[in-house]
Design a protein around this ligand. Structure first.
Ligand SMILES: Cc1cc2nc3c(=O)[nH]c(=O)nc-3n(C[C@H](O)[C@H](O)[C@H](O)COP(=O)(O)OP(=O)(O)OC[C@H]3O[C@@H](n4cnc5c(N)ncnc54)[C@H](O)[C@@H]3O)c2cc1C
Length: 383
């Protein structure tokens, strides 16, 4: 094997593999796992939620303009077309989310179509004598372009490492602190009543800042999870989140003054019981409620609490933070080092739950592809 390539892609995950399949020749992917696409394999409960019917920059945390431009070049429709053209069948399941019958379908496609993979641990990258020198624990390679597609740092057991950030820093890039995202919350003592509800779940509205998620919440023995909570974790840094446990104003459910609170609310009985205990309220007839007790019931529409924290990087579906996008061109090329690109989760762009992170991995890889094959010259963009 020659050790000189036009492009070396660091990481054989979603973005690196897609880029390799687009480049076709004169590239090398370096991956330290025995198998490529480890996260694709486990994603979406083994069915890989690849994208969503509705995708816009609003589904992402990070530089909105950059996300918009990147999605414009390779949108969810482009991704669905690419899948169709390659006979990779997906089905729309849940709300607007596209899944495979099995993630293995996509991993096998990449195994068949992306052949230039070298199994080694990336150690460092330098720029010397007009080319990149990529040092691995086995061999040294050289390239005109290097694409850092080493992902985030969540789920280390699947091969995640911070090498991408370290390489970025060695080229003077700054890193927005990486933190767990799409992850469940742990709770403080004031919310210890959540723990008695382990296994109880229902639709609610979770707000964090100006973001609202109307999806399921699920109580667990150590905290709270469910899609609405996972999404809230993307936007939460510290401070409070608010849960509206009901679809309408709490008092609009109290139609019969002679009936007890618990019989009037469209909520799981276990939940109502624990909520009332937590507020020191008795399950009494509606007509017997004192104003102060009514005030406490209002919390069902607006329960504010500050999570203690999250379940951490080992349980987080993605890492928010990463390579500072102010220092990247619209083709995700370093503003400090020509030929150095970044794709996927290593960049400070993080999507919500629902296929948005794979969409970003593919769209960002596509932008890098355009950058590498120099189509960027034809585009009228600030570069
Ligand atoms: C459990 C789980 C479920 C998920 N489900 C979904 C889902 O259904 N839908 C969705 O959109 N997103 C999902 N995600 C997120 C999604 O998997 C990632 O956002 C996506 O894989 C990022 O692609 P990437 O190419 O940037 O990084 P990755 O896919 O993580 O690829 C990076 C690669 O770099 C390799 N690497 C790292 N360090 C080194 C090194 N030093 N040397 C050599 N190789 C190295 C890694 O082994 C890895 O193969 C899920 C994530 C997890 C953990």
């Amino acid at each position: 094997m020659s050790n000189l390539f036009n492009t070396i892609i660091l990481g054989g995950g979603a973005s690196g593999l897609f880029l390799g399949s687009l480049l076709r020749k004169n590239y090398l992917i370096i991956e330290h796992n025995k198998e490529i696409g480890a996260k694709i394999k486990v994603s979406g409960g083994g069915k890989c939620n690849i994208t969503n019917k509705i995708v816009s920059e609003n589904n992402y945390r990070g530089d909105k303009e950059l996300v918009k431009k990147t999605l414009n070049r390779f949108s969810n429709k482009n991704l669905l077309n690419w899948l169709k053209n390659n006979n990779l069948e997906v089905i729309e399941a849940k709300k607007n989310q596209y899944f495979f019958k099995s993630s293995e379908v996509l991993v096998s496609f990449f195994k068949r179509n992306v052949k230039n993979i070298y199994k080694a641990k990336i150690v460092e990258v330098k720029f010397e004598n007009d080319k990149f020198k990529v040092v691995t624990d086995k061999k040294i390679f050289y390239a005109k372009n290097v694409v850092v597609a080493t992902g985030g740092i969540s789920f280390r057991k699947l091969g995640a490492s911070d090498i991408g950030y370290r390489i970025a820093e060695s080229f003077s890039h700054s890193i927005i602190p990486p933190r767990p995202s799409l992850v469940r919350f742990t709770v403080q003592r004031s919310e210890s009543w959540f723990k008695n509800l382990s296994g109880v779940g229902f639709g609610a509205e979770v707000s964090v800042g100006d973001k609202k998620f109307k999806q399921n919440i699920l109580f667990s023995h150590k905290g709270i999870t469910g899609p609405a909570i996972l999404n809230a974790s993307l936007w939460w840094d510290k401070g409070k989140i608010i849960i509206n446990f009901l679809k309408k104003d709490v008092f609009s459910y109290f139609k019969n003054p002679n009936k007890q609170i618990s019989t009037q609310l469209p909520l799981p009985k276990r939940f109502v019981k624990e909520f009332l205990i937590s507020q020191n309220l008795k399950d009494k007839k509606i007509k017997e409620l004192k104003p102060s007790e009514k005030e406490k019931l209002r919390l069902l529409n607006s329960y504010e609490f500050a999570p203690a924290g999250t379940f951490g990087l080992e349980r987080a579906e993605v890492t928010k933070g990463g390579v500072n996008t102010n220092e990247l061109s619209v083709f995700l090329e370093s503003k400090f080092q020509k030929g150095l690109y970044f794709a996927g989760e290593v960049v400070d762009i993080t999507g919500e739950l629902g296929g948005y992170n794979f969409q970003w991995a593919f769209s960002s890889a596509y932008s890098v592809y355009l950058g590498i094959i120099s189509l960027k010259k034809g585009e009228n963009e600030t570069y």
